[in-house]
Design a protein around this ligand. Structure first.
Ligand SMILES: Nc1ncnc2c1ncn2[C@@H]1O[C@H](COP(=O)(O)OP(=O)(O)OP(=O)(O)O)[C@@H](O)[C@H]1O
Ligand SMILES: [Mg+2]
Length: 279
């Protein structure tokens, strides 16, 4: 009876992973941005990215809260896990960036081997290895499940007692065209406007990413600070002092993109791209 009422079945093939990973993440910078967003959500204070093309691997290590086996299975290895809503805060009080539970799939698009080692405070470290070629094999055999290998964690150190280390190996060469350090730093600096602060440091190949890496501050003429945000303006060489503005209309390509009114004096603030002319 039930079968007659529900004769249809919707299944989602592991194949979808390929399409998701391939279609969504166009560049290594986009992929690494996802990993940094995850570290942000884990309340990490520092993320270290080491791109070692000669050694055929990329390492991403954060000092966030880390994961235990359950968190790995229920969140990391679950595609589409969704717990957060717009405006949710992390235990550390940050606005959560992750939404869809698919960000980690991006790693599958740049390498064949993904190793995740993680540790929560006071818990045993855990580790696993995903081989994309094995995921594909499982999928070709009609399986909708894949079991990553467990890694021995003997001798594995986590400086702060917690955190997550991801190593991707056997890099897919065609995906690596755009991995020049400058554009990677630019993208990270623009996406994470808090870089360079005490609270969140992102270090790429040993060098900290700073607001100057945004590469757009040199175009800025007028800046406003909201809620007392501290902004390093040393890279803003064209910054103009002006009389206090009462109101303004923002026009982009001749169309009104925004307007505001108030008694704010122009001083400092941040934008993601060169500011349009305000008329
Ligand atoms: N570096 C990390 N430290 C601790 N937990 C992590 C880390 N990376 C991922 N996770 C856990 O794995 C889950 C899945 O990560 P994933 O990036 O796939 O999705 P998301 O961040 O929730 O959403 P989005 O698809 O928007 O990125 C996260 O919600 C988090 O619980
Ligand atoms: Mg994410």
């Amino acid at each position: 009876m039930t079968e007659e009422l529900h004769p249809y079945r919707m299944t989602v093939d592991l194949n979808v992973l390929d399409h998701l990973a391939d279609g969504l993440y166009s560049s290594v910078a986009a992929v690494l941005t996802e990993a940094v967003a995850n570290a942000w959500d884990a309340d990490a204070r520092e993320v270290r990215i080491d791109v070692d093309l000669a050694g055929d691997e990329i390492r991403i290590a954060d000092d966030g809260v880390g994961m235990d086996r359950d968190a790995i299975n229920d969140r990391y290895l679950r595609v589409g896990y969704r717990r957060r809503k717009e405006g949710d805060l992390t235990p550390g009080g940050r606005l959560v960036m992750g939404r869809k539970g698919i960000g980690k799939l991006s790693l599958l698009s740049i390498a064949d081997v993904i190793e995740v080692r993680s540790k929560m405070d006071g818990e045993a470290p855990v580790g696993l290895r995903i081989r994309v070629s094995d995921v594909r094999k499982a999928m070709q055999e009609g399986s909708s499940e894949y079991a990553p290998e467990s890694l021995s964690m003997a001798g594995e150190e986590f400086e702060q007692g917690h955190g997550t280390k991801i190593v991707v190996r056997k890099l897919k060469r065609e995906r690596l065209r755009d991995v020049d350090a400058r554009s990677l730093r630019r993208r990270l600096a623009r996406r994470f406007s808090v870089v360079g602060s005490e609270d969140f440091r992102v270090v790429v190949n040993g060098e900290e990413v700073t607001p100057a890496d945004r590469d757009d501050l040199k175009f800025v003429e007028y800046l406003w600070v909201f809620r007392g945000t501290e902004v390093d303006t040393t890279a803003c060489q064209q910054l103009k002092e002006g009389p206090p503005l009462r109101s303004m209309i923002v026009l982009m390509d001749g169309r009104m993109a925004g307007a505001c009114a108030g008694g704010l004096a122009p001083s400092t603030g941040q934008r993601d791209s060169p500011l349009p002319k305000v008329t």
